[in-house]
Design a protein around this ligand. Structure first.
Ligand code: NAD
Ligand code: UDP
Length: 313
């Protein structure tokens, strides 16, 4: 029977949420996965559906949800620019109304709640690498704002529910993460490049390819998330989680070409507006607080991810 000892994962049928469900089930938690299947799908959690202790609910978190749980991981929100820009009003609603609903639930049942925030709160950063103390440089009216400002407002709500209602909150800022179960048409750079390379089609570099990102393998990220949730009540974050190894998009494309032995050509397309020029986490706080740092090298993580896409293509 599921009761107040259960752990709720919103967005649990998505890329990160499904890996988190796996980890929580492995650690013998009862898990309630809530998802509206906007970008996630049952295929990501199909292997858990017969597992005792796992329950799936189709629900949109912009509507209230009444459950009895001890912990909440709030991961619901499309993470890929293509999808979060397709219905930007819904993206803001998911971030803001969704956060209010989940915080309201946490307040009612006295659950600890962790927010999946993002490096996008730093916008196109003027400080490099980005420490948690940096307030960011975000366009409030651009095409990325529904996501960036939505996530920033969600952080505000988390801290105000703590200050005003004493809710036990945790906020993590996730930097670009990749791995198996990324959606094939996700539109994010790692999945795009791998799928293009495996199909032998042109690899689409946006802009001149000199912009940088730092890519964290999903297993490393999940380890950091679980440590943060289990940490002391008075450690609320925000906490950066990501891999500080920084690459240009051209370097990433070349690595993927090499690993897939693909003959794909690189082609250059327009840079989307407000695309950050550089991004790299300062993870000193995670190192000091939880002795956490990523272990998986980009080459090894890419190999795993390439294997996954080979299987599903
Ligand atoms: P994803 O798109 O694979 O997963 C998001 C999940 O949320 C999907 O299953 C989707 O169907 C669900 N969802 C969306 N709107 C919903 C709603 N209103 N109600 C219920 N479910 C809803 O993305 P992901 O990469 O797994 O990202 C998960 C979380 O982590 C997101 O909050 C994202 O902002 C955050 N994040 C991810 C990254 C990354 O690199 N993957 C980086 C920073 C932050
Ligand atoms: N990008 C690219 N080609 C693609 C997809 C993305 O060059 O096919 C670039 C994109 O412009 C950005 C970087 O890769 O500079 C990372 O994009 P992604 O959407 O993965 O993440 P985000 O911009 O949200 O960090």
């Amino acid at each position: 029977m599921l009761d107040a000892s259960a752990v709720l994962v919103t967005g649990g049928a998505g890329f990160l949420g499904s890996h988190l469900c796996d980890r929580l089930i492995k650690e013998k938690n009862e898990v309630i996965c809530v998802d509206n299947f906007y970008t996630g799908g049952k295929q990501n959690i199909a292997h858990l559906l017969q597992t005792p202790g796992f329950e799936l609910i189709r629900h949109d978190i912009t509507f209230p949800l009444y459950l009895e749980v001890k912990q909440i991981y709030n991961f619901a929100c499309p993470a890929s620019p293509i999808y979060y820009q397709r219905d930007p009003v819904q993206t803001t609603k998911t971030n803001v109304h969704g956060a209010i609903n989940m915080l309201g639930l946490a307040k009612r049942v006295k659950a600890r709640i962790l927010q999946a925030s993002t490096s996008e709160v730093y916008g196109d950063p003027a400080v490099h690498p980005q420490p948690e103390s940096y307030w960011g440089k975000v366009n409030p009216v651009g095409i990325r704002s529904c996501y960036d400002e939505g996530k920033r407002c969600a952080e505000t709500l988390f801290f105000d529910y703590w200050r005003q209602h004493n809710v036990e909150i945790k906020v993590i800022r996730i930097f670009n993460t990749y791995g198996p179960r990324m959606h094939i048409n996700d539109g994010r750079v790692v999945s795009n490049f791998i799928v293009q390379a495996l199909k032998g089609s042109d690899m689409t570099i946006y802009g001149d390819g000199q912009q940088t990102r730092s890519f964290c393998y999903v297993d490393d990220l999940i380890e950091g998330i679980v440590r943060m949730m289990a940490g002391p009540a008075d450690f609320r974050g925000p906490l950066n989680l990501g891999n500080p190894e920084e690459y240009t998009m051209l370097e990433l494309a070349e690595k993927i070409l090499e690993l897939t032995r693909s003959k794909s050509k690189l082609i250059f397309k327009a840079l989307p507006s407000d695309d950050p020029k550089q991004r790299k986490p300062d993870i000193s706080l995670a190192r000091q607080s939880f002795d956490w740092e990523p272990k998986v090298k980009l080459i090894d993580g890419l190999k795993e991810t390439i294997q996954y896409f080979k299987k599903i293509l």
